[in-house]
Design a binder for this molecule. Structure first.
Ligand code: CU1
Ligand code: CU1
Length: 288
């Protein structure tokens, strides 16, 4: 039986408590930081050599789909009733709305050092010390909406702009791909400043603090954000039924993206799975 991932705004008090408890237990065991580490290790950008799997690549969506499932599996070993809720940032749009409540993820960082001081993930509670990808602060930081240089969350129109593109991805299959659903959703735009941060990327910017960069998994909102991104991919699949993951074949030897991206039937590291196998996960979970 498939389990359900719920809209965060519909969680009961008990569901919030159990989700938070499972995260804190995973952290206590040291397993949570392995997820942070893995995300850092797979943060390869266009400018670097080698295979890109998680970002700036067609496999951005299946990579995060499987990454979320790994986290969810770990949480469900602790508490089988738990699933990762999704944060629909086209609806819940303020620093006062969910998921930023004291009984869930806590709120904004305070001015000055941007430290999150309320809720279960506040450093003073003693259960959420950052250990991976930390430069100076070992406490969780946020700058919701970016106080000094305000930025808005993506809108329904921004999402629709990506959703209506029936092509999954286009060459050169990276952050400069001008069309294709994947990059319009991942959100590497052209130009400078905040206009260039779209959809998924823009949400990382809007949250700020720990959500910027490779160690963004340090903020548990990462999972709620990526559950919604995953739901958007599913909606896109349902809307464009005849359209599949691309590229369907590896870029030819001698071309710039040869060996840099994962084609539909190639293994997607670090898993023994292909994007093709990750296109349908409806037997594992549903969205409610
Ligand atoms: Cu990521
Ligand atoms: Cu992300």
């Amino acid at each position: 039986m498939a389990y359900t991932r719920k809209d965060v705004s519909t969680l009961t008090a008990a569901e919030k408590r159990r989700f938070v408890s499972a995260l804190l237990e995973l952290k206590r065991r040291g397993e949570y930081d392995e997820f942070v580490r893995m995300h850092i290790d797979f943060y390869v950008s266009d400018g670097e050599d080698g295979l890109r799997t998680a970002h700036m690549a067609p496999s951005f969506l299946p990579w995060h789909r499987r990454f979320l499932l790994d986290l969810e599996d770990a949480l469900r070993r602790i508490d089988p009733s738990v699933s990762v809720p999704y944060w629909d940032w086209t609806r819940e749009r303020s620093a006062k709305s969910l998921p930023w409540s004291k009984d869930l993820l806590g709120g904004n960082g305070r001015s000055g050092d941007r430290q999150v001081t309320e809720g279960p993930f506040a450093h003073r509670e003693g259960k959420w010390t950052l250990r991976e990808g930390v430069t100076d602060a070992e406490y969780l930081t946020r700058d919701l909406g970016r106080a000094k240089d305000p930025i808005g969350l993506p809108t329904k129109d921004d999402v629709e702009w990506a959703m209506k593109d029936g092509t999954y991805d286009v060459s050169p299959w990276n952050s400069t791909s001008g069309g294709g659903f994947r990059n319009k959703l991942e959100g590497w735009g052209s130009g400078r400043g905040s206009v260039s941060w779209r959809n998924h990327n823009r949400v990382h910017r809007w949250v700020g603090g720990a959500m910027l960069g490779g160690a963004s998994v340090n903020d548990p909102v990462f999972w709620l954000h990526h559950a919604f991104v995953d739901l958007l991919w599913l909606r896109w699949q349902q809307r464009h039924k005849e359209h599949r993951y691309l590229p369907d074949k590896p870029p030819a030897p001698g071309t710039a993206q040869h060996g840099r991206v994962v084609a539909r039937h190639e293994k997607l590291p670090p898993w023994d799975l292909t994007p093709d196998q990750l296109e349908d996960t409806g037997g594992i979970y549903r969205y409610g």
